[in-house]
Write a protein that binds this ligand. Structure first.
Ligand code: SAM
Length: 206
């Protein structure tokens, strides 16, 4: 979940026009879970550092706020592929990015990302890949990532405890990501109530 994401733009100051437009559609659709601006800015920093013809994957487009942060910061030749299960949100993002030949918004399950892998940057912000909801298993990210690629798993609650706990239990998905043998990963607090796991993929040779 995205911690009052859409509403938080009311006090976020200036944001890129693509982001403002995505948030406006989210309000119209009653979609509360736009990426928070603090994470959007981090995504912009990561996407803005990508080299020519890099490819970015995103699970859970929403109406395209995070996508707007990234596309606004990235080189125009960076490719984006993003999946959104909800038809209305996907249609909103498709309209917004219709004039961006480097952006593909797919209305469908994020499992389709495997068809476009490996990525230079992978943003997990929807669907079961992050393993954050009860009954979901976090994926092994290695087949989805190039060597040296970056992955983010959004919307954690900051904790200073190790192993991390969430709602009184060891937070196994968070342990999975931070201690994954093929990632160098850490949790970055972007606000007092919000953190993101950021990892870099270095697949082990064994
Ligand atoms: C937290 S919101 C995403 C926010 C968005 N990334 C942004 O930048 O504003 C999570 C989204 O994931 C979508 N979703 C859930 N399961 C999915 C799946 N299996 N495949 C693709 N999208 C999914 C939901 O419909 C929802 O719009």
């Amino acid at each position: 979940m995205s911690f009052r994401g859409t509403a938080s733009y009311a006090t976020a100051g200036a944001v890129p026009p693509l982001v403002a437009s995505a948030v406006s559609d989210a309000v119209e659709l009653g979609f509360d879970l736009c990426v928070r601006p603090e994470i959007g800015r981090l995504l912009a920093v990561l996407a803005g550092g990508l080299g020519p013809d890099a490819i970015v994957g995103e699970a859970g487009t929403g109406t395209g706020a995070g996508l707007g942060w990234m596309v606004s910061a990235a080189r125009p030749d960076v490719q984006f592929v993003t999946y959104e299960l909800d038809a209305d949100r996907a249609a909103s993002a498709q309209r917004r990015f219709a004039d961006y030949p480097n952006v593909t918004v797919v209305a469908g399950d994020a499992a389709g990302l495997f068809d476009h892998a490996p990525f230079d940057l992978l943003v997990l912000d929807g669907g079961p890949f992050g393993g954050k909801k009860p009954g979901e298993q976090p994926i092994d990210p290695v087949p989805l990532l190039k060597a040296g690629a970056t992955i983010t798993i959004d919307d954690m609650t900051p904790t200073k405890q190790w192993p991390p706990h969430f709602e009184g239990q060891v937070d196994e998905p968070r342990v999975h990501w931070v201690e994954h043998s093929s990632l160098v990963a850490t949790e970055v607090d972007v606000a007092p109530d919000l953190s993101v796991i950021v990892g870099r993929c270095w697949p082990s040779s064994d």
